[in-house]
Ligand binder design. Sequence first.
Ligand code: MOS
Length: 729
Amino acid sequence: MKFDTPAGTNPIDQMKVVGKAHNRIDGALKTAGMAPYAYEHHDAVNNAAYGSIVGAGIAKGRIRAMDLSAARRAPGVVAIVTAENAGTLGKGMFNTVKLLGGPEVDHYHQAIALVVAETFEQARAAASLVKVDYAESEGRFDLKAEQSRAIVPENDGAGGRPDTDTGDFAAAFQASPVTLDATYTTPAQSHAAMEPHASMAAWQDGKLTVWTSNQMIDWTRTDLATTLGMQKEDIRLLSPFIGGGFGGKLFLRADAVLAALGAREARRPVKVAMPRPLVPNNTTHRPATIQRIRIGASRDGKITAFGHETLNGNQPGGSMEPAVVQSRFLYAGANRMTRNRLAVMDLPEGNAMRAPGEAPGLMALEVAMDEMAEKLGIDPVEFRILNDTQVDPEHPDRPFSLRQLARCLRDGAERFGWNRRNATPASVRDGRWLVGMGVAAAFRNNLNLPSGARVRLRGDGTLIVETDMTDIGTGSYTIIAQTAAEMLGLRLDQVTVRLGDSAYPVSAGSGGQFGANSATSGVYAACVKLREQVAQRLGFNASDTVFADGEVRAGNRVARLRDGAQEGEIVAEDRIEWGDLSRTYQQSTFGAHFVEVAVDSFTGETRVRRMLAVCAAGRILNPQTARSQVIGAMTMGVGGALMEELALDHRRGFFVNHDLAGYEVPVHADIPHQDVIFLDEADEKVSPMKAKGIGELGLCGVGAAVANAVYNATGVRIRDYPVTLDKYL
Ligand code: MOS
């Protein structure tokens, strides 16, 4: 089904099942430990051996020699894989750096060997006996030092042009009576998913099965086939349950490749789990950015000139962190400029992490907007509303499909008690605490990917949905069941959802907050086809057939749904594809974050006291799972504002704090009351579901709202994240 005209009225609008709060249907399995993760498919294979990854001990250079003799003699060792015996490996679409290094080493902790043994402990012990003689060379590790050598990348990291110019920014900025020119920095961040990367591989008759923890089944299956020089039809990839991804599991990584190679070498199934301390340097991270923002405005607060430049580093051939994306869409202003620059470096590979682009971009932009509002003497909520736009500012003939940013800001201000904020910084005290409030706009583009599904109506009137969509903890199982139940007039418990298996139709997968809307739209398409087939079998006219309460009704004729599946089962498969509406209309999601903080005037300890998010993201398919996404994202935003930083050793070129003891993320005690409001929207230009993404929007702007609240509390403007107490001095 091609979606190329606004959705109009359709069965989803009944909202009998869709749009209702519902517990995650996989929740009980997950909390009871009954949902098998990649490393836990104990029943699937016999006689599995365990692989332990050896990560490079230098960031840049060559392996002169590897001495494997002690490791080979160690108890229980079955096989060792290195670049020497792995055969020729291809490189997939989605990883920049080789997943098995050697003799060249491209970054610290790049995998250079896998030691396979009878037990995990034996494999780990033997791996520690691998001796490597390195010829270390100079590396490029300092982003600031590389700034002058930065290159113009092919694109902005999100498929847009690296540079955009509208009107005459330089002249307009010069002529503006009120201006801001400020530079902001965001650090490298780690996804820190609860479940580290893990895979289990088994070969049979030249065919490979891999159980893994991955957001994108088809991308990863395809890249694994390319890497191993196989046909993708000869690989089955399964990822039915995932302990978090946040973008770190979008792509094929070393655990899956090495499990496959290890199993081939050992001639038996092999499991590879990445120990937590390997994850930050071996896999991907969100790269650090340096962002310069210039805003010029008239005295009455209208933006006349708007410039945003960003720089990040990455491996040769690596991509941009698309930090200027939101600046192209969020505020009006006739004269505009954006720039992307990329420094080629030798740090681990930077890549997508939750809301790539907008998350760090808004950490800069929304502080700049706060600074500008103060210079103008305008309330920061009003300043944003004053510069709201209903069209894409770079392409004024292109309207937004639906944009209620101003309402998010107004409703949020009222709910939060924004009128009680004292605009003079450092003027509100609560004992020894300095108290302040901050606001930021939230923005994240809505993306849609093609997505397929198969639905099987059984003779007993129940339905099975199959798609290779994944559930990374977001609620995919649940909203897909809700969609199918709504379409066929069934109860939720009459629908079984099967996900995360390459044997099922290719879906959008989980990423870029495109999963929920795209995957349910694919299920919608398959259900439309099934309804037509059922109507035809019953001899009903499909166009006026109603599916409700387990029945099929047309005019005064009624049949049981199960009778539509006369021969035991009726199967329909389709996929949603996207037409021109995403070009005709700019599709984005919007919100507003409000935060109250208290800063201890003696110690500099910063506590978040209250948080509110107002979100406008189209139809909310399940308010409970959507709220969980948003409060999780708000929590992540507090981490980004106050704690998270991959600390870099500039001499040796690696992230030092590569575990959860050193890489701080918020715990429950750090997070106060969180309030979430969803505007009642249905965006019919986006999809038949009239929904948009929500999983990343909740993070976008949180960091700036916290930093702005800190400024309001203390009068200290910190432009260098995270906002730690040493920076108050
Ligand atoms: Mo997301 S960073 O595309 O999982």
